[in-house]
Design a protein around this ligand. Sequence first.
Ligand code: 6PG
Length: 250
Amino acid sequence: MTPESPADIRVFPDPETLSLAAAKLFVTLSREAVASRGKFPVALSGGSTPEKFYALLAAEPYRDIIDWRNVHVFWADERCVPEDDPESNFKLAYDMFLSKVPVPGANVHRVKGELGPARASGEYEAELRRFFGPPETPSFDFIVLGAGEDGHTASLFPGSSSVAEKAALAVPVYPGAAKLDRVTLTLPVLNNAGHVLFLVTGRAKADIVAKILGPGKNKERYPAGLVRPVRGRLSWFLDKEAAAKIVRSS
Ligand code: 6PG
């Protein structure tokens, strides 16, 4: 991390306590944002790690203490599948909490993955411009990210041209035959957020976490290591297993 933007690295005993802390952070940040700006734009990720966190948002006490009318939900990335496909990041969030809380439908700004990467990213860029207003880079109050074992985050994969994108807010991603085509927010948007939270759990992530957060060099070769908000905060919430190679276990 650069000295200007040190990451707040927290290690939790298990994914449950990590998810609780993420839900509490959602409450705190949403209250601050709604009190000062009247709305709370947040961008979510897919993957399996945030499931427990999303489920908590629809459970007591969180469901009732969040001002859902002013929460605006976007996605950090989406797979190019219909909205009811099991691979859809929208579906994950919808099933886990959006269908269970009183967030207005108009506040849910999904990526229309079913349109294919080029059209879906174009429409998403237009939606971001409409909501945040041109010409500034959108500033989300909260972006929740995961990290892959290869160091990808959102759908920014190592070596992909999307990682170097400076102008577009959202771009199409064609990761190759083994993976679904996608749409992702770009680094300028991720790095303009008020608070970026990485949720990373499990032993399989211990190596990449140590490479990105440990003392070594070359963190920039991993897209997740390039997420360093220019004016906001950066948090990495890890469980003990994911942190095993950067901290001594007790
Ligand atoms: C996606 C993501 C992606 C994810 C990581 C971690 O749609 O796949 O947004 O970047 O966050 O791959 O995924 P896990 O939580 O499943 O490990």
